[in-house]
Ligand binder design. Structure first.
Ligand code: UD2
Ligand code: MN
Length: 582
């Protein structure tokens, strides 16, 4: 009897102490967070001309978490204005970026075996080339400072910044003054807008280091990033090395690890990330060595400077943005080089949901891609045109110089490239005998694999009409149109999936032809960027932004039958939609 009582007492004591410690811990952490927040709170409104270097280490995580949680509740009207203006100009949380230290400690996501590798003492030194157009000063300086801080000084020959004729004054006067204290950093202002491709060529011409290392202007490099990239180029100067690209969240600025992947593309000639086969993942885990990649994303890579020039730099006929990454990837492989991803080198990049800048050329992506397709794809270009019939009529300038370059370099065929470097792609050739719409229906995605977040009518706010499939197939595709709302009708029932696509009747995905920025249509679900739709704005004022075109879905009219397309996001009421949950 006494024994039972005693054991009960012990159990009660244990429960009590667990609860006690839990409450104490919980209180402590919330007091701690609260204290930090109270300390940081007054800084929210501060907007120095040059960003302060205030926040360090774990502040970053706590700060961004609390900030995001409380946004709209506790911030002042000024904060809100700053916050909105930052997003508008840069498509990321500039306000938060301005508050973060340039050199914040970042998690080390490298395989631990990377730290045991001894790199040669005599690695070549690098000219880091960073071009920018209207970049946020804090993001740009964070790129520069992390490079200076996290690279052995003898390996940084210089940092070349190319201002691609930005509009902002702070990128001229203030930046010039600031950089005076950093003799290795050389800033060039272009007198005309070159676009990122010619801006990189311009930067490369100024460089005198043995290796060129290109970075976007909103990156953070991490410890140990440089040596393995340079080592790969040193081992073989015809090897182009690419770091693993981690994700800096555009809203919270959290640094998130990416999986090990390879670069690929689809027949619309959009870049895509391909998962690694499991056996290769295992091999790299055991021995984190560079592995071949059919293509690269484009922004971050190291290349021997002489080889870059020998290989024909870039196609200077390409404008502003897009396509140059696949062009260079094909050129490297077809003309005898190697393209590798270096798992021990990790660089963070702010991935944003839209490009915040316009272009003097209407659709530089298609124009650039056409130049690439005509020079490198040989007979395989028919697949590109099958996917993009409209591209056939688009002007792409003179390519004789590039065709000649291919001859001079004695490059191999695209067939060789596919068979040897990207054989998986040969299994995904579009069926030329079928129209796109027929294929879309035939191969429709298995809905069971997809997690649905919401379902309902996709209502166009200003017309009060609903989005549905156009009944007639036009120009090989099923477009979507506005129609009187019919709740319960399968033809108007949209499913929003976890991967942010919009599926009509849980069958086909809302897709937009990125190359032309034209009409929204229904296609087989692929999880691709042109099928990724991000809601922005609040409640009934919401826009649907397309990840592929970085534009917003808009109705072409307010009457039944009006088609939908994507257009540059604006205040237009034609762009407001809501999902009326059913
Ligand atoms: C990706 C690449 C980018 C480029 C692009 C295709 C990564 C991390 N990024 O797009 O480097 O290959 O695909 O073309 O792989 N810029 C200029 N002038 C301009 C426009 C942009 O200097 O007219 C700068 C811009 O400030 C940035 C860089 O070029 O530093 C890349 O532009 P982005 O960040 O908008 O491209 P992103 O990352 O969407
Ligand atoms: Mn970028």
């Amino acid at each position: 009897m006494l024994r039972i009582k005693r054991s009960r007492l012990i159990i009660a004591l244990i429960i009590f102490s667990v609860v006690f410690w839990f409450i104490l811990y919980w209180n402590f952490t919330s007091i701690y967070a609260h204290h930090k927040y109270a300390r940081l709170r007054p800084r929210l409104g501060v907007h120095d001309t040059l960003p302060n270097k205030g926040l360090e280490s774990d502040d970053v995580q706590i700060y961004s978490e609390i900030y995001l949680e409380n946004l709209g509740k506790v911030v002042t009207a000024d904060d809100q204005r700053n916050y909105d203006a930052g997003y508008h100009t840069h498509a990321f949380n500039q306000m938060l970026s301005d508050k973060l230290s340039y050199i914040r400690p970042l998690p080390d996501f490298r395989n631990r075996r990377c730290k045991e590798i001894d790199y040669p003492q005599d690695l070549p030194s690098a000219s880091i080339v960073i071009c920018f157009f209207n970049e946020a000063l804090s993001a740009l300086l964070r790129t520069v400072h992390t490079v200076l801080e996290r690279s052995p000084a003898n390996l940084i020959h210089e940092i070349i910044l190319v201002d691609d004729n930005s509009d902002m004054d702070y990128l001229k006067t203030e930046l010039d003054t600031y950089l005076k204290s950093y003799p290795k950093v050389k800033l060039f202002h272009s007198e005309e807008r070159l676009g990122l491709i010619r801006a990189r060529m311009y930067g490369a011409k100024q460089a005198t280091g043995q290796v060129l290392l290109f970075l976007d202007s909103h990156c953070e490099v991490t410890t140990g990033w440089l040596e393995p990239l340079l080592a790969a180029v040193k081992t073989d100067p015809h090897t182009v090395s690419v770091p693993v690209m981690d994700i800096i969240n555009a809203d919270s600025f959290f640094y998130e690890a990416s999986d090990l992947v390879r670069g690929g593309f689809n027949w619309g000639m959009h870049y895509q990330w391909d998962p690694l086969p499991p056996d290769l993942t295992k091999k790299i885990f055991e021995k984190p060595e560079p592995y071949p990649s059919p293509t690269m994303a484009g922004g971050l890579f190291a290349i021997d400077r002489n080889y870059f020039h020998h290989l024909g730099e870039y196609d200077s006929g390409m404008e502003v943005w897009g396509g140059e990454n696949l062009e260079l990837s094909f050129r490297i492989w077809q003309c005898g080089g190697h393209l590798v991803i270096v798992p021990c080198s990790r660089v963070g990049h702010i991935f944003r949901k839209r490009r915040p800048y316009g272009a003097p050329v209407h659709d530089s992506f298609t124009r650039n891609t056409l130049r690439m397709v005509h020079v490198w794809l040989d007979e395989y270009k028919k697949y590109y045109f099958h996917i993009n019939p409209r591209a056939e009529d688009i002007e792409f300038g003179n390519i004789t110089g590039r065709v000649q370059l291919r001859k001079n370099l004695n490059c191999k065929s695209f067939k060789w490239y596919l068979e040897n470097i990207y054989p998986e792609q040969l299994t995904k050739l579009p069926d030329l005998s079928q129209s796109l719409h027929a294929q879309a229906v035939d191969n429709n995605f298995r809905p069971s694999k997809v997690i649905i977040r919401a379902r309902g009518l996709l209502k166009h706010v200003s017309s009060g009409l609903c989005v549905q499939s156009e009944k007639t197939v036009y120009d090989k595709r099923a477009l979507v149109q506005l129609a009187m709302c019919k709740p319960g009708d399968k033809d108007q029932l949209w499913f929003e999936s976890e991967q942010k696509d919009l599926r009509l009747a849980n069958l086909l995905c809302l897709d937009v032809n990125q190359d032309e920025g034209l009409y929204a249509r229904l296609m087989k679900c692929k999880g691709s960027n042109p099928q990724t739709w991000i809601w922005s704005g609040k409640d009934s004022n919401r826009q649907l932004m397309n990840y592929g075109t970085a534009e917003c879905l808009a109705a072409t009219g307010v009457e039944p039958g009006a088609l939908l397309k994507t257009e540059k996001c604006s205040e237009s009421p034609l762009m407001l939609f809501k999902l009326v949950i059913t």
